[in-house]
Design a protein around this ligand. Structure first.
Ligand code: SAH
Length: 359
């Protein structure tokens, strides 16, 4: 009875908060802007200056604080993988099933990219770009016996990732540091596998992001980017529709995201770099059960009390969860995998560039 009253109180608190949030997260006006990648230009959307999603140090600080604050609650309910699960389309799953689906996501991504299990070809040096608390890093280190280095903007995540790694007795293989994916603290050509699981959406400069992934990849190394994209624009379109932009802007504010891009934009960027075997897939149908499950877990006693203890940034993130579901249902948000391989040559000039092979 007491618990029931408390839940009603908490629900009311969340409802009131959501009203405040709807003011805070008010839709932004926008305008069209031409952006250019390696000399090829195309049209995309960009919010007007006054409502522009954060960028630069403000964005980095927001991301770090968001994950400093919210990673504990996520780990408490969902474990150490801070990413979507991969499901058979139309499946339903228990919480344990959702955790299996998150591991399956890692396996599906490796399979899609053609990462070899062959002892002579498997990746032995891996970077986990935007590593969270190291769920993928430890999984990949165990699977391949590889050395893994993880980077995150959040000092709390880096510390927790290191503690979990010590507890898993993997500290000789896996390490973490606070560093920026756009300016990685690694020399060129270091890694046989460059792994970015759901961090690309936070990157304010997608071209610099992919360029940096390519820079640290060893010749022949595989790059895997699993990320949130907006739908590809139709040939007749110059930008997303206003209501689509409004929806994405609300998500941007709550999750500390800069402007979104499409899978086609990623392919275009990858094609301008010394990368080959560029492949993409839309896995939106395979992640469909995920957000409803996260929302359900937030509405449990544990979820609600943890949320209220966590802080405003986390609550704001929780309030926006239905918008993610909505974005998928509308076909606006696309859960995307893009993979490619660094060209074997160590040095590639502009004139040597190959046309991208897209599938
Ligand atoms: N890949 C992890 C975590 C995903 S959450 C997992 O699947 O479990 C997004 C992660 O991206 C967070 O760890 C956040 O700190 C990181 N991130 C976002 N922007 C970043 C940047 N510019 N440099 C490094 N890490 C970044």
């Amino acid at each position: 009875m007491q618990a029931g009253a408390a839940i009603i109180f908490l629900m009311s608190a969340l409802f009131l908060t959501s009203q405040v949030a709807s003011l805070v997260l008010r839709p932004a006006p926008f305008l069209r802007r031409r952006i250019s990648v390696e000399g090829k230009s195309r049209l995309s959307f960009r919010p007007m200056a006054a409502a522009e999603p954060a960028s630069g140090d403000g964005l980095k600080k927001g991301i770090a604080e968001f994950y400093d604050e919210s990673s504990g609650i996520w780990e408490n309910i969902w474990g150490d993988h801070m990413h979507h699960g991969f499901y058979e389309a139309d499946s339903s799953a228990t919480l344990a099933g959702h955790r299996d689906a998150q591991v399956r996501m890692v396996e599906e991504a490796l399979h899609f990219a053609g990462v070899s299990d062959d002892p002579l070809k498997k990746p032995m040096r891996i970077v986990d770009v935007g590593c969270g608390i190291g769920g993928s890093s430890r999984y990949l280190a165990k699977k391949y016996g590889a050395q893994v280095q993880g980077i995150t903007l959040s000092p709390v995540q880096a510390k927790r990732a290191q503690d979990l790694t010590m507890a898993a007795e993997l500290a000789d293989k896996v390490s973490f540091q606070v560093a920026d994916a756009l300016d990685q603290p690694f020399p060129d050509g270091q890694f046989n596998l460059v792994w970015s699981m759901e961090s690309g959406e936070h990157m304010p400069d997608k071209e610099k992001f992919v360029r940096e992934l390519a820079r640290v990849a060893a010749p022949g190394g595989i790059i895997i980017i699993v990320t949130w994209c907006h739908r590809d624009l139709l040939p007749s379109e110059e930008e997303l529709k206003p209501d689509e932009i409004n929806l994405l802007n609300k998500i941007c504010k709550a999750y500390y995201l800069p402007k979104w891009c499409s899978a086609a934009d990623y392919v275009h960027i990858a094609g301008s770099l010394p990368l080959q075997d560029i492949k993409r897939a839309d896995w939106s149908d395979n992640v469909a059960p995920f957000w409803p499950a996260v929302i359900k877990s937030a509405l449990t006693w544990n979820g609600l009390t943890s949320l209220l203890r966590s802080g405003w940034k986390t609550i704001k993130g929780a309030l926006v969860m239905p918008l993610m579901s909505n974005g998928y249902k509308k076909g606006l948000i696309k859960f995307t995998i893009i993979t490619c391989r660094h060209l074997r040559q160590t040095h590639t000039t502009h004139t040597q560039r190959l046309e991208p092979k897209i599938s």
